[in-house]
Design a binder for this molecule. Structure first.
Ligand SMILES: O=C(O)CCC(=O)C(=O)O
Length: 255
């Protein structure tokens, strides 16, 4: 199997639950991705998820309220444009993921497969969660690949991560009914203090384990933030039959 990551990078991913890879996408590809994103936002090209649909604290109460049509995600990125499909299947990316999984890789079309947008004013913060809450797989070991199309930082609602939290034993009572860490519990507040901001430059990519706790703030700048997000799993770790994860489908990428 081709090895693209150093031993140290593999160790970092295993220990911390995430890995940042700089400058993975050329400016021309990012520009194309951004222009498709802007065009699809202008045309409200479905499938779209709005802040109103998700209803996190501070989200517009209805589609007719101010900001009621603020997009949270352009879903179905894989079928939106060849630029997203090519990135999701990029040979270098797949080789790195195969190295981390230790076996051939599949792309899951469930949940992520999207361009996440965070708009000034009406884009909402996201509480501390593990991405595994989105899926049903044999093992809770997926990897989300987050590609920054522009700069990402605390000011524009970038992610915060708790290093090593993919290995933490979290009790069910620490989570609310949607599997977010409850902010009212002192033991969770101690965890939040371990959170570190993820600073990304355009074209940087963060790989993170589906058990890693992360959160994101609001966008306090004047510009929208956009990130392309796909999720992958090992070939031996398939979705549970009858689940939404299984219904969405998977694509075997190899190698
Ligand atoms: O950008 C955000 O608000 C958080 C996104 C996120 O963590 C997710 O969709 O899992």
């Amino acid at each position: 199997m081709e090895t693209m990551l150093s031993e140290r990078q593999v160790e970092q991913f295993n220990n911390n639950g995430y890995l940042i890879l700089k400058n993975m996408v050329a400016p021309a590809v990012r520009d194309r991705m951004l222009s498709v994103t802007q065009q699809d936002l202008r045309g409200a090209v479905p499938p779209l998820e709005y802040e109103t649909d998700v209803g996190y604290p501070g989200a517009p109460q209805s589609f007719d309220a101010p900001g009621g049509r603020t997009a949270r995600r352009l879903r179905g990125a894989y079928d939106r444009d060849a630029c997203f499909q090519q990135w999701s299947r990029d040979a270098g990316l797949v080789a790195m993921l195969a190295q981390l999984f230790g076996e051939p890789v599949c792309l899951s079309l469930a949940h992520h497969n999207c361009i996440m947008t965070k708009h000034p004013d009406f884009g909402t913060a996201t509480g501390w969660h593990r991405d595994i809450r989105y899926w049903s797989f044999t093992r809770p070991d997926l990897i989300s690949v987050w590609l920054a199309l522009g700069p990402e930082n605390v000011a524009n609602g970038g992610l915060k991560l708790i290093p090593g939290s993919h290995r933490m034993d979290i009790q069910p009572e620490q989570l609310d009914e949607l599997d977010f860490l409850r902010p009212d519990l002192p033991q969770n507040q101690a965890l939040f203090e371990q959170g570190i901001p993820l600073e990304l430059e355009p074209g940087d990519t963060a790989f993170f384990h589906s058990g890693l706790f992360h959160s994101a703030g609001r966008n306090t700048t004047a510009s929208m933030k956009a990130s392309v997000v796909f999720a992958y799993h090992a070939r031996s770790n398939m979705p549970i039959a009858g689940s939404k994860s299984a219904a969405a489908g998977d694509i075997l990428l190899g190698p």
